[in-house]
Design a protein. Structure first.
Length: 246
């Protein structure tokens, strides 16, 4: 009971300390990437890109900023919160997709039969499949733990306060974390339910990681400025003091 009370207090102070914008961006990107993962952008035998991967670098960008200022534990806790909100969102979407009625696109279809297919397709998209949601949640939590711990360990050894150290810890941890995220998801979902072989799982996990890492690297200077700004302005001092005193 004392442990639960302590963790709840930790969460309360953390949520009051981490800027709301970064938490909002984190949660929104997790929800959006899982929804947009339903649309395939490109696919071959050993390479697959879905629209969710264009967004999936954002949670890791947020984790890098949080790790730099608040540490690995804080980053993991925010990641768990984001996945919890995502699961609740999916449940709400599923319940609403089961209600009677028509999507707006139903009324713009050229004929009634097409309209029914359009309506059913949208309900299926927003309703989601349980194994996709579960696989995504497990993959995100595991990769968040790997990414956050790796980021902090590398940061202690190589981050001297400049952009180079921030980039090295961020790029390395993101590469490992994204690869783990892709590997766990493709194994649990694509391999188990869609019949992918292990060669496809490994290659697609790696190629997807490269794409996501490139997108994060493009915006990493912004992440560095954000985290340094927090430090200069004393953002999160209450949480950092609480953790150091524990």
């Amino acid at each position: 009971m004392n442990t639960i009370k302590r963790e709840l207090k930790d969460y309360k102070i953390l949520l009051n300390s981490v800027p709301s914008m970064i938490i909002s961006m984190f949660i929104l990107s997790v929800v959006a990437m899982n929804l947009m993962a339903n649309k395939e952008m490109y696919r071959s035998d050993y390479f697959c890109i879905d629209c969710g991967q264009v967004i999936s670098w954002i949670p890791f960008f947020c984790m890098d900023c949080i790790c730099k200022r608040f540490g690995a534990k804080a980053s993991i806790k925010i990641s768990i919160l984001a996945m919890f909100v995502n699961v609740l969102t999916v449940i709400v979407f599923k319940l609403l997709s089961m209600t009677p009625g028509h999507w707006a696109e139903y009324f713009s279809a050229p004929d009634p039969n097409t309209a029914e297919y359009v309506n059913a397709g949208l309900n299926a998209t927003f309703g989601g499949a349980w194994y996709v949601v579960l696989g995504s949640a497990i993959a995100m939590v595991i990769s968040a733990i790997v990414n956050s711990i790796t980021n902090v360990i590398i940061g202690r050894q190589h981050d001297k306060g400049g952009y180079g150290g921030f980039a090295f810890r961020s790029f390395t941890s993101t590469a490992i974390g994204q690869w783990v995220d892709n590997l766990v998801f493709t194994f649990l979902v694509s391999h188990t339910f869609f019949g992918w072989n292990m060669t496809q799982v490994l290659i697609c996990s790696t190629t997807s990681m490269v794409l996501e890492l490139a997108l994060e690297a493009l915006f990493s200077p912004i992440g560095y400025k954000v985290s340094k700004g927090w430090e200069a302005e004393g953002v999160g001092n209450e949480y950092i003091s609480y953790v150091n005193a524990a």
